[in-house]
Design a protein around this ligand. Structure first.
Ligand code: HEC
Ligand code: HEC
Ligand code: HEC
Ligand code: HEC
Ligand code: HEC
Length: 177
């Protein structure tokens, strides 16, 4: 009885150390945090334009528009219209220079993975993405230093789990072209 409780302490120490390394130290070593070029508030813009499809929509050929280009923002931001510092950066560095914004794509998939939004349009955006519409700040972007992938990239098992539930083929060639 006594022996049991005294060997429990080293175990507990090792266990807690492993948790700290696994959950805190290791992720901080392999992921580098990166800022977006400037803050874009979804919440503020949804008040202006109504809904997601004003900016993210399907073209007639079924392709997905993705993130809007600078030209479509410039209908409002042809010049600074607010006193917000992030808008100043946007207008000065991108609108005036006619340069596209190098947004970091949270969900970016490796080049060998094929994904199309139109095949998934029956699912709400938040099935796969964080609920950005309700917030003024995008999440911190974290890049895996070893692979160069974003920490938000949907993992293969998640794609396959939903495909299995919906009786969609999980043959390798469906997603890897
Ligand atoms: C006024 C235009 C506009 C509207 C309206 C808008 N977005 Fe966006 N969206 C953007 C821009 C610009 C970005 C890039 C900003 C960034 O990543 O910091 C973006 C990025 C995103 C991303 C990140 C994708 C990734 O993986 O990097 C998601 C998800 C998204 N929007 C979903 C939505 C949803 C859902 C709605 C409706 C609730 C919506 N957006 C409405 C302009 C818009
Ligand atoms: C079934 C999962 C899924 C759903 C549902 C989904 N997305 Fe995505 N989204 C992705 C993946 C995966 C990527 C990355 C694609 C790539 O890198 O090829 C992505 C990328 C994006 C991007 C980045 C730009 C681009 O074109 O790659 C935006 C913006 C975006 N999604 C917005 C939306 C919006 C808005 C909705 C709802 C109308 C939505 N997504 C629904 C999985 C999803
Ligand atoms: C319909 C007009 C309109 C369009 C289109 C529009 N904006 Fe804005 N934008 C505004 C207004 C109004 C504000 C001030 C919002 C507030 O009250 O905080 C704003 C604020 C901003 C800011 C300051 C930070 C923030 O988000 O509040 C940035 C940066 C910005 N816009 C970038 C963009 C980009 C990039 C696009 C294109 C994807 C875009 N805007 C499209 C009207 C617009
Ligand atoms: C929430 C459920 C869900 C998730 C998550 C999901 N899928 Fe799908 N996917 C489906 C369904 C359902 C279909 C069949 C759509 C149809 O046939 O109309 C499909 C179809 C596809 C197709 C075939 C499309 C075509 O044009 O033939 C590809 C490729 C695909 N998904 C890739 C992916 C990848 C890659 C991921 C992960 C990044 C993913 N899916 C995540 C539900 C999902
Ligand atoms: C439903 C879509 C889907 C199917 C089916 C699928 N994969 Fe994947 N696979 C992905 C996605 C998304 C990634 C990237 C995310 C990750 O690494 O988990 C990936 C990543 C990989 C990688 C790592 C590639 C890299 O660059 O890191 C390998 C290897 C791989 N898949 C092999 C396979 C094999 C073998 C099969 C068939 C048995 C298969 N996959 C079936 C979606 C799929």
């Amino acid at each position: 009885m006594k022996q049991g409780s005294s060997s429990f302490k080293p175990f507990l120490f090792g266990f807690i150390t492993a948790l700290i390394i696994g959950w805190w130290i290791f992720p901080n070593i392999i992921f580098s945090k990166q800022e977006q070029p400037f803050n874009f508030s979804h919440k503020a813009h949804l008040n202006q334009v109504g809904d997601c499809s004003a900016c993210h929509y399907f073209r007639e050929d079924g392709s997905f528009s993705g993130i809007p280009d600078v030209e479509s923002c410039a209908s409002c931001h042809y010049d600074t219209i607010t006193g917000i510092p992030d808008e100043k950066i946007f207008v000065k560095e991108y609108v005036k220079k006619n340069k596209e914004v190098p947004w970091k794509i949270y969900q970016k998939q490796p080049d060998n993975v094929y994904f199309s939004h139109i095949a998934h349009q029956r699912f709400p955006c938040t099935t796969c993405h964080p609920d950005v519409g309700k917030s003024n700040h995008m999440p911190i972007y974290r890049e895996n230093k070893l692979t160069g992938y974003s920490s938000y990239t949907m993992k293969m098992y998640k794609c396959e789990r939903c495909h299995a539930q919906n009786h969609v083929s999980n043959a390798c060639y469906v997603c890897h072209k």
